[in-house]
Every structure is written in C-alpha cells, then in structure tokens.
Ligand binder design. Sequence first.
Ligand code: FE2
Ligand code: FE2
Length: 259
Amino acid sequence: MKVLIVGDIVGRSGLNRLKAELLSRKDIDFCIVNGENAASGRGVRVKEYNEILDDGADVITMGNHMYYRKEMASEYAKLKRLAIPANLTNLVGNKNVVVEKNGLRFGVINLIGTFAMGDIIENNVRNPFTVVMEQIEELNKQNLDYIFVDFHAEATAEKIAMGHYLKDKVNCVYGTHTHVQTADERIFDTGMAYITDVGMTGPKDSVLGLKKEIAVERFTSGKFIHYECSTNDAMFNAIEVEFDDVSKKAISIKRINLN
Ligand SMILES: [Fe+2]
Ligand SMILES: [Fe+2]
C-alpha cells in the first residue's frame, strides 16, 4: 500500500503543481495534502478544498494559517475531509478524519506545535502530546488499518519527540509548517515512518511562499510589510511511504523534492 503525503500547498502555482503531479501518479492508494496555504498563501477556502479533493487527495490537513480566513471559521466542521489541529481550543472543526477506501480504513490526525507559532496559537493550544493520545484512543475504537499524524510545528525537537512518543501507536508521523524539507526520513524499529518536515509545494523563487522582495525588506527594515504570495512556478515536496499489506509496517519512506 502506497501513500503520498504532500507538503504545504502555497497559492495558485502550488495548486497547479499538485494537480499535475497527482495526474501523473496513478500508483498511489491514499493521499494526504497539507492545504493551510492554498488560498493565496493564507488558509483554505471551500473553493481550494474542493479543488484539492478533485485532484485526487483523500484528506486535507491544516495549520496556523487557518486564522487568516475568519470567514471560514464556521465552515471547517462542514468539510468532512478536512482535519484541523486537534489541540487548538478556539476553532471548531474535525479533530480527526476517518476515510474508508478500497476496503481499508484510514485515520488522520492534525496537531499544532507550541513553540514559536505566534501568540494566537500559543494562547489557544492544548499540549499536543496529551491531545494526540486522546485522539488515538478514539480512533482505536474505530477498527482502523492505518493512522497518520501531521504535526504542524516550528521546532524540530518537538516533532522528533512526537515521533519517538508515537512510534508504537501509529503508522506514520510527519511534520509540516516550516516549508523546508528535512533529510531525516526514517523508519523506527516498530515500523512507523517518520520525517521532521515534508516541505512545501509552492513558489520556488520565494521565501517560504512569500514574495522574496517583501521578505528581504521585512528583515532589512525591521518593519512589518503586508504579505503577498509569490506567483512563480512551484516546486513539489512530498513523501511516499510504502507499507506491508499484512503487518501494516512501513517498508520504505522516500522524499520527493522536484523543481
Ligand atoms: Fe504552511
Ligand atoms: Fe504553518
């Protein structure tokens, strides 16, 4: 069983690249996409949610950029394939998503980190290590074949610790949010696949998706300058994880980083 997990989609060029890659990959059994930057870099709207699912994704996960779409706050819970960070206390939505596909049952949990994620997150978050155990307990009652955890966090240590914490409880823990793919993919001795960050599917010639000129000006002037999503061609960052159909243990985890 092969799973494709795609790192944060940024803007129109990221969406276009996702579409092209999914069209060319017919060997994927299950696909999870982080869509937190799909709407011009900031959050997701119903429009992008539908587009990503139409392209072939099975579940969409989110992150801190949900806060930029205030008009969406009452919509998230209605989007059945959208998992929001389960440990946020002031947003309503699905704390996990369960999908049945080709006779297999998949559960997806999204969590958010607690370090350097901005005040709005840090003031409205529960301990992700506590919350993930509650979510796993709930999913374990639902006779699932696979559980995936997207840990949307800045700090590498927080994500690596989560990997160790869950190594005998789920099938794959992966990080998102930094938009930079890490080269530390591994399979734990328990058969759980892990990577600290999947990376970004978004404008290559940018600073994490933000127009590079604005990013440089922000740093050189020390002033806040309004966000503008870069529009140039997107790179494609993902991981492909293959599992043994009987033991459900990971056989391989491969990084994909295409320019
Ligand atoms: Fe992101
Ligand atoms: Fe993020």
